[in-house]
Ligand binder design. Structure first.
Ligand SMILES: Cc1cc2ncn([C@H]3O[C@H](COP(=O)(O)O)[C@@H](O)[C@H]3O)c2cc1C
Ligand SMILES: O=C(O)c1cccnc1
Length: 337
């Protein structure tokens, strides 16, 4: 499926974004005010229920068809010694996802999410971005469209994750290109590199920015030059979800970095997104602040795969259960004041 036929179509979609259904939102706010509890006493759960109502367009939103998607891609910069693991682990983990043995399989099952795995040309790593753009326009657009395709049948919620050895370095480059700071502010240990590995990551990000900075004229160019297929796919999925009114749960540093270029150009693009958690990757909290997102969980996780986002979906289930199943003051015969 070609959701975005050209890079121009991808970019112009950012200037015509649908807003939440105000009638459904107001009805959900009114319902929260009638449930048998002091007003506001369910805290963030109330906000989540109202958020889901607005994007789904129903006073009582559902989570029957929740979907987790993990996009996978390989990165040319791995040859620069930026990960504690070899690039071959990406494909090995994809096989593990397909056999049900990874953390995201267990957590998706626990959260009642259907899991899709989308490997993106794993045998063709992106080009080392310190030498040339990571992807051609066609490759980047194909990845964006692979992301957009996973929301075609409008699931109730989409949970986004990634797998790609080396992608915490691409993520740091996308953050530096999109927001302020230095390479050091955005680079972290990822899978657990030592001090020398950290220095190689910082040098890689600095070299990438030095080469491409003057050409980063649009979010598409930033994703294409410094990103990777799985990161472009996440950006495509987030925009397609917005156009389809599908709420999104974002994961850790890498998943959030994938949307940094589009959010820097168009801050409203993340209005339909929740941040599942803040990961232990040091740049993640800084990134969430730049994106204007308040994470639901802080569990010291630093895995990726959509694992934090899938876990946070359990909180959405709790919020929707309270919103849907609680009695109103009138139904329960409880005095209002
Ligand atoms: C076995 C294994 C499973 C993973 N699942 C997610 N990641 C995570 O680690 C990678 C990013 O870290 P870096 O930039 O240091 O390579 C990504 O694939 C990410 O999703 C994993 C990494 C490994 C080794
Ligand atoms: O926060 C993340 O997304 C993350 C951190 C470390 C390794 N992989 C992913």
């Amino acid at each position: 499926m070609t959701f975005f036929p050209t890079a121009g179509a991808f970019l112009s979609s950012l200037s015509a974004l649908p807003q939440p259904d105000e009638a459904a939102r107001s009805a959900a706010v009114a319902r929260q005010g009638q449930l048998t509890k002091p007003p506001g006493s369910l805290g963030r759960f109330e906000e989540i229920a109202v958020f889901m109502a607005g994007w789904q367009g129903h006073e009582r939103p559902r989570l029957d068809r929740g979907r987790a998607v993990i996009f996978a891609g390989n990165h040319g910069i791995v040859d620069r010694g930026v990960s504690a693991f070899p690039a071959s682990v990406t494909a090995q983990m994809v096989a593990n996802f397909e056999h049900g043995g990874a953390a995201i399989n267990a957590l998706s099952r626990a959260a009642g999410l259907d899991l899709r795995v989308v490997p993106l040309d794993l045998d063709r790593p992106t080009i080392d971005f310190t030498v040339a753009p990571a992807m051609s326009e066609e490759e980047c657009l194909a990845a964006i469209n692979a992301g957009a395709a996973v929301v075609a049948d409008a699931p109730d919620l989409i949970v986004l994750g990634e797998m790609g050895i080396g992608n915490s370095t691409s993520a740091a480059a996308l953050c530096l290109a999109s927001f302020d700071g230095s390479a050091r502010d955005w680079v972290g240990p990822g899978t657990g590199v030592d001090d020398d590995g950290m220095a190689r990551k910082i040098a890689t990000v600095e070299a990438g920015l030095a080469l491409h900075r003057d050409a980063l004229s649009t979010p598409f160019e930033t994703l294409r030059r410094l990103g990777g297929r799985e990161l472009a796919a996440i950006a495509g999925a987030v925009i397609a979800a917005r156009l389809a009114g599908v709420p999104v749960m974002l994961d850790g540093f890498i998943c959030c970095a994938a949307v940094a270029p589009i959010a820097a150009a168009c801050p409203d693009i993340l209005a339909h997104c929740l941040a599942g958690h803040v990961s232990a990757e040091p740049g993640h909290m800084r990134l969430l602040r730049a994106l204007g997102l308040d994470p639901l969980l802080s569990l010291g996780m630093r895995l990726g795969e959509g694992s934090g986002a899938a876990t946070a979906t359990l909180l959405v289930r709790a919020a929707l259960a309270a919103h849907d199943e609680m009695a109103t003051f009138a139904e329960a015969g409880v005095s209002v004041a």
